[in-house]
Design a protein around this ligand. Structure first.
Ligand SMILES: [Zn+2]
Length: 541
């Protein structure tokens, strides 16, 4: 009821503001008028020609021709005006391996790629004290919302122990999730592949998800397994959302491993079957066939439990090491790889000279014969020398896990949102995945313009209204009077991602204007000095 009233008030306000504009057209001056734009409104509808009036951070009028006085006028000259992109899967907390939003609050790599809102706290990793983190964010160039991460909550209460929580520990975890939601978190994320989330049962996650659900949160899942047990993992993610009665966002959807390439259609059919049953489950993906995560994922889960000292002790103990090696060989065979040439070092503190090299190359540089045993030795030595290194476990890596065809199939599924899974680092730091710089432009240049996997309108929908509705950003993600003026202006014939795996530190080119809450953070292709970004809280039901 309240929501209905609220909607009515909002539409009434739009009518009133339009009336005021028309009544005082000669005297009232709006903030910004964009003329001669091709509007792609974010809903997936075909583009149409319109002017757009913006005042006080919101879109106040749209018409084929608007004759209004404005403090600033932009002639779009037929370029596309779309809603600013909403990237629901990022990792922008500051850590030892990333500068994050606290140090680089303008988020240059994102705004230059057309992104106006990011959601962080994904894969189970977030800040615990959301209020303190929110207050620490000053001078934002972008809107930000955060999930609360199960791994971070579990670690704060139980360390990295491989066991079930006591009832008291369970209550402590629930209390942390509750406080985070009260402080504005938009939901709960899990990373059931990672330590210590991997030691949690489904029931543990459900009982925490129920807390987030009471506050209208989303359940965002980095699934337990994305290879052999992909379908079981989808079932688990859906059952958590179903039990806790909340929307499910399955993160960076993929099937890992050469042996399973071509089977992604079955996994998408499983997701769709749940939607048909009435479960609100959607997915997101980044438009690259290579993934990025830590070095430790190559080890069996039991071997990476506990502290970094625990892990090192296992690697040093000859009998335990032999078991680790045997499991790693089995994992390699299962995924269908002949060696570790699919694994490239992105960031390795003890020896930056190997950045950009595959494990097979690192092995050869160390003048070892090219055998699986030697490559595994190389990995285990890097684990020991690299240490925990924040969240990276030994090193941060890029893995050639997916096929181009599977990635295309994922992007053709109507309920796949575009999300980078990227982060924010100082320009030039490390050898990151290019997705942090170019995800959205890569979709527009490669998937839309060059290969025609998607139409422009459909691609934009996946960057805007689709993620906005899942995360209840009800007044963003669509160009419509009354909505917040988060906008991008670009020429679809020329917008181009420049970042590559070999040379990732390159900004996207072609987003001429990026407008956040009605204020330009990019104007004529250049960053401005304005910082209009906000911390977005979940609107509580
Ligand atoms: Zn993840």
């Amino acid at each position: 009821m309240l929501r209905v009233v609220f909607r009515w008030i909002r539409s009434a306000m739009v009518v009133v503001s339009l009336f005021l504009l028309s009544a005082q057209a000669s005297t009232a001056e709006i903030d910004l008028l964009i003329q001669n734009a091709r509007i792609i409104d974010g809903t997936g509808s075909p583009w149409f020609a319109s002017d757009v009036a913006i005042d006080d951070g919101r879109i106040v009028a749209m018409a084929a021709t608007l004759d209004l006085d404005a403090r600033e006028t932009i002639d779009a000259a037929g370029r596309v005006l779309a809603p600013g992109f909403i990237d629901v899967h990022t990792h922008v907390e500051t850590s030892s391996s990333r500068d994050g939003l606290q140090r680089l609050p303008r988020a240059d790599n994102y705004v230059l790629d057309g992104v106006t809102t990011i959601v962080t706290g994904n894969c189970g990793g977030s800040e615990i004290d959301i209020a303190a983190w929110r207050d620490s964010l000053v001078g934002l160039g972008i809107n930000v919302a955060t999930l609360v991460g199960h791994n971070s909550v579990r670690k704060a209460v139980m360390g990295s122990d491989d066991r079930a929580p006591t009832s008291q520990e369970m209550q402590q975890m629930q209390a942390l999730v509750e406080t985070a939601m009260q402080d504005g978190a938009v939901g709960l994320s899990t990373g059931l592949l990672y330590v210590p989330g991997t030691y949690a049962t489904t029931d543990e996650v459900i009982s925490l998800a129920k807390v987030a659900s009471r506050y209208g949160g989303v359940y965002a899942s980095h699934m337990r397994e994305q290879g052999l047990k992909l379908h079981d993992s989808i079932d688990e993610a859906v059952s958590i959302g179903r039990e806790a009665q909340m929307p499910v966002q399955i993160s960076h959807f993929k099937v890992k491993g050469r042996t399973r390439w071509g089977s992604i259609g079955d996994a998408l059919a499983l997701v769709e079957s749940y939607r048909q049953e009435g479960v609100d489950v959607v997915i997101d993906a980044y438009p690259y066939e290579r993934a990025s995560t830590n070095l430790g994922v190559n080890l069996p889960r039991w071997a990476v439990a506990g502290s970094i000292e625990d892990i090192a002790a296992r690697i040093r103990d000859p009998d335990t090491r032999a078991r680790i090696v045997a499991d790693m060989k089995a994992m390699l065979v299962d995924a269908g790889y002949p060696d570790y040439s699919f694994a490239t070092v992105a960031q390795y503190k003890p020896d930056p000279s190997i950045h950009g090299r595959t494990i097979s190359e690192v092995n050869r540089i160390a003048e070892r014969a090219a055998t699986i045993d030697n490559e595994i030795d190389t990995i285990l030595e890097m684990m020991l020398a690299g240490g925990a290194a924040g969240s990276t476990y030994g090193a941060s890596m890029i893995y050639h896990y997916m096929s181009v065809q599977d990635v295309d199939t994922i992007f053709r599924y109507p309920n796949t949102a575009v999300a980078s899974d990227g982060n924010i680092n100082a320009f030039g730091r490390g050898q990151p995945h290019p997705r942090s710089y170019g995800t959205n432009a890569h979709v527009l240049a490669d998937f839309v313009r060059d290969r025609q996997v998607l139409t422009l309108e459909d691609a934009i929908r996946r960057m805007t209204s689709l993620p906005a509705r899942t995360f209840s950003f009800h007044d963003r993600g669509i160009i419509r009077p009354g909505f917040v003026a988060d906008l991008v202006l670009f020429d679809p014939r020329t917008v181009t991602d420049k970042a590559t795996f070999a040379d990732p530190h390159q900004y996207t080119e072609g987003f001429d204007y990026v407008i956040v809450n009605g204020v330009a953070v990019v104007a004529d292709g250049e960053l401005t000095d304005d910082r209009p970004g906000r911390f977005l809280q979940h609107r509580q039901p």
